[in-house]
Design a protein around this ligand. Structure first.
Ligand code: NAD
Length: 313
C-alpha cells in the first residue's frame, strides 16, 4: 500500500471498548466504515461508572450495520478481569481472530485530595488501567499466534495537571508507562502499541470542573470544532497494518494532530570530589532544569546510554 491508497481494514477484527458513546463510538464507526469487523463493547453506565445499559452498544451496532458494516455488541464490564477475558473470547468466537484492540472505555469521578478516596482510586484504576491491561493481555496470545496486532491505549492531556480529577490523571499516567513498556515487548511479535491523547467534547468534558454546564450551554461552534470523529483518523492510522509507529503518544483533536513525547534535560554534571552536596544541587538548579538540548529517549536503554554517557570508557 502506498500513501495514496485507501487505508482499509478488510479481514481485520477490532475490539473498541467503551464504543457505545463518545470517542469510542466514532472510532468504531470509522474502523467499520473501512471494512473492519468491529466488536462494540460498552457497559453503558453513567460517566462516573455507575449502573449499566445495553442500549449504547446496541445502538452503535445498529448504526454500523445500517450503514452496511459488520459489528456485534458486547456489554461486558472491562473494569473486571473476567469481563475483559469474556470480551476477547466472544470476539474470537464470533469472528475467529482479534487484530486490533482500542482500549478506550473510561469513567470520570471528579475529586481532589482529600475527597478522592480509595474507592475513587480503585474504581478509576479498574476501568482505565486494569481494563486496558486485562483486555490487552487476553488478546495477546491471539496476536502472538497471528504474528500481528495493533493495540491502542487512551491517555489524557490531564496528565499535564488535572488537580480536580486526581485518580483519573493518575490512571492515565500509568497507561503511558504501560504503553511504552509493552511496545518494546510487543515489537518482536509484529504487535505495535501506541497511545492516543484525545481531545473532544463528550459527556465527561461537559462536567470538567463545572458540574452545571450542559452540552447545550457549550458554544455550538466549539462543539462542532471538537467533534469526536475528528480524533478517530489518528486512532485508525495507529490501528492500520501500514503504521510502523510503536510506543508513541499522539495527541488528536480539533483537527490538530501532534506527538507528545517524554524528554530529559541535559542537566548538570557534578565534578565534585566525593558525593555532591545538597547545596550544589540548589546552586545548579537552573542547569538541571534548563530545557534546550533535551533528549527524547526511545526506551530505558537509550535513556541510560545517554544519561550515563559520561561513564562510557
Ligand atoms: P464517554 O463517557 O462519552 O464514553 C466512555 C464510554 O465508556 C461510555 O459509553 C461508557 O459506558 C463506557 N464505559 C465506561 N466504563 C466501562 C466499563 N467498565 N466497561 C465497558 N465500557 C465502559 O467518554 P469519552 O470522552 O468518549 O471517553 C473515551 C476515552 O477517552 C476515555 O478513556 C477518556 O478518559 C478518554 N479521554 C477523553 C477526552 C475527551 O476530550 N473527551 C480527553 C482525554 C481522554
Amino acid at each position: 500500500m502506498n500513501a495514496t491508497s485507501d487505508f482499509r481494514f478488510d479481514g481485520r477484527v477490532a475490539i473498541v471498548t467503551g464504543a457505545g458513546r463518545g470517542l469510542g463510538r466514532a472510532h468504531a464507526r470509522l474502523l467499520a466504515e473501512r471494512g473492519a469487523k468491529v466488536v462494540v463493547n460498552d457497559l453503558g453506565g453513567t460517566k462516573e461508572g455507575d449502573g449499566s445499559d445495553t442500549g449504547p452498544a446496541n445502538d452503535v451496532v445498529a448504526e454500523i450495520t445500517g450503514a452496511g458494516g459488520v459489528a456485534i455488541a458486547d456489554t461486558h464490564n472491562v473494569g473486571e478481569e473476567e469481563g475483559c477475558k469474556a470480551l476477547v473470547a466472544d470476539t474470537v468466537g464470533a469472528f475467529g481472530r482479534v487484530d486490533i484492540v482500542v482500549n478506550n472505555a473510561g469513567i470520570s469521578r471528579f475529586a481532589t485530595f482529600p475527597e478522592a478516596d480509595a474507592e475513587n482510586l480503585e474504581r478509576t484504576l479498574d476501568v482505565h488501567l486494569r481494563g486496558t491491561w486485562h483486555t490487552t493481555r487476553a488478546a495477546w496470545p491471539h496476536m502472538v499466534e497471528q504474528g500481528y496486532g495493533r493495540v491502542i491505549t487512551t491517555t489524557s492531556t490531564g496528565m499535564f495537571g488535572l488537580p480536580d480529577n486526581l485518580a483519573y490523571a493518575t490512571a492515565k499516567g500509568a497507561l503511558i508507562g504501560f504503553t511504552r513498556s509493552l511496545a518494546q515487548a510487543a515489537a518482536p511479535h509484529g504487535i505495535l502499541v501506541n497511545c492516543i491523547a484525545p481531545n473532544a467534547i463528550t459527556r465527561p468534558s461537559t462536567s470538567a470542573g463545572k458540574p452545571n454546564i450542559t452540552t447545550q450551554q457549550l458554544d455550538a461552534a466549539r462543539q462542532e470544532a471538537m467533534r469526536t470523529d475528528l480524533v478517530s483518523p489518528m486512532v485508525a492510522y495507529l490501528a492500520h497494518e501500514d503504521c510502523q509507529v510503536n510506543g508513541d503518544i499522539l495527541v488528536a483533536g480539533a483537527r490538530r494532530f501532534a506527538r507528545w513525547f517524554l524528554g530529559v534535560t541535559p542537566g548538570y554534571q557534578s565534578d565534585a570530589v566525593g558525593v555532591p552536596t545538597v547545596e550544589e544541587i540548589a546552586k545548579h538548579w537552573d542547569e538541571i532544569t534548563d530545557r534546550p538540548g533535551y533528549h527524547v529517549p526511545e526506551n530505558l536503554h537509550a535513556w541510560a546510554a545517554h544519561f550515563m554517557g559520561h561513564l562510557a570508557g
